[in-house]
Design a protein around this ligand. Structure first.
Ligand SMILES: Nc1ncnc2c1ncn2[C@@H]1O[C@H](COP(=O)(O)OP(=O)(O)OP(=O)(O)O)[C@@H](O)[C@H]1O
Ligand SMILES: [Mg+2]
Length: 237
């Protein structure tokens, strides 16, 4: 799925957060969104999944998505793993995963997809009857991504998947995201504070600052340019 975003404006009430964002993510590509706290990264993902009011253009393989409600976008294959994961803590792992398929009509293949999620995240198979709230942070992030995969997403939006996780767990998580992207050809937009990790799996990257994209390029170029990293990201990548 090719994602084209043009002149995207979004915010909360009268407060405008995004001031005309423009970006393209090629079919099957991973795109990293970097930038400081409060830049509007989460708002951008919310705009892409219909959770905030938007103006401008959001097109997924030519289909216009701007202004459509979240459930309609989910049916178009847009899966959003929110900041803080959004798993339902009192529900079991299996219930959470099945919820991920709620907009799907092809019930028969849901079982197949559960199997597929277990292949990516073997630890979830051993925890199916356990409350999601009893999982470790890393397992909860795996569950959140697994739940998104139950939608058979064509566009997967990940908001700070590494937040609060140990480096080893984070690396494993990113390896799995890369495998999903490679095997399912799912287009991915990942927001990440850990620029080094995100640039390691992305083809393209954009730096967002106060609601505007201030820098775009191949992940390789942005990673290679230390000065850019210092001035825009505020740290070494
Ligand atoms: N629900 C909300 N209502 C009103 N303002 C909000 C809301 N959520 C975010 N904002 C504001 O929008 C701006 C951008 O926030 P956003 O969460 O998109 O940034 P971010 O880049 O994801 O930051 P972080 O790196 O801290 O997650 C901030 O000024 C924030 O205060
Ligand atoms: Mg955020």
């Amino acid at each position: 799925m090719t994602l084209i975003v043009e002149d995207l404006v979004a915010g909360y009430g009268d407060a405008r957060v995004l001031h005309g964002v423009r970006l393209t993510v090629g079919d099957g590509e991973i795109c990293a969104i970097l930038g400081p706290n409060g830049a509007g990264k989460t708002t951008l993902l919310r705009a892409l999944s219909g959770m905030v009011k938007v103006r401008g253009r959001i097109a997924l393989d030519g289909a216009e998505l701007a202004g459509r409600p979240p459930d309609a976008l989910a049916r178009q294959g847009v899966a959003h793993v929110p900041e803080g994961r959004g798993t339902f803590m009192p529900l079991t792992v299996e219930e959470n995963l099945r919820l991920g398929a709620y907009v799907r009509r092809d019930r028969a293949s849901v079982e197949e997809d559960l199997e597929r999620v277990h292949t990516y995240f073997p630890v979830l198979r051993t925890r199916l009857k356990q409350a999601a709230g009893s999982l470790s942070g890393g397992e909860q992030q795996m569950l959140a991504i697994g739940r998104a995969l139950m939608l058979r997403p064509r566009l997967l939006l990940l908001d700070e998947p590494s937040l609060g996780l140990a480096p080893l767990v984070t690396r494993e998580l990113f390896r799995i995201v890369q495998a999903v992207n490679a095997e399912e050809r799912t287009t991915v937009v990942v927001v990440e504070q850990n620029a080094h990790l995100a640039l390691g799996i992305a083809q393209q990257a954009h730096v967002l600052e106060t609601g505007r994209i201030v820098l775009s390029g191949t992940a390789e170029r942005i990673r290679a340019d230390e000065q850019v990293a210092q001035s825009y990201l505020g740290y070494r990548v």
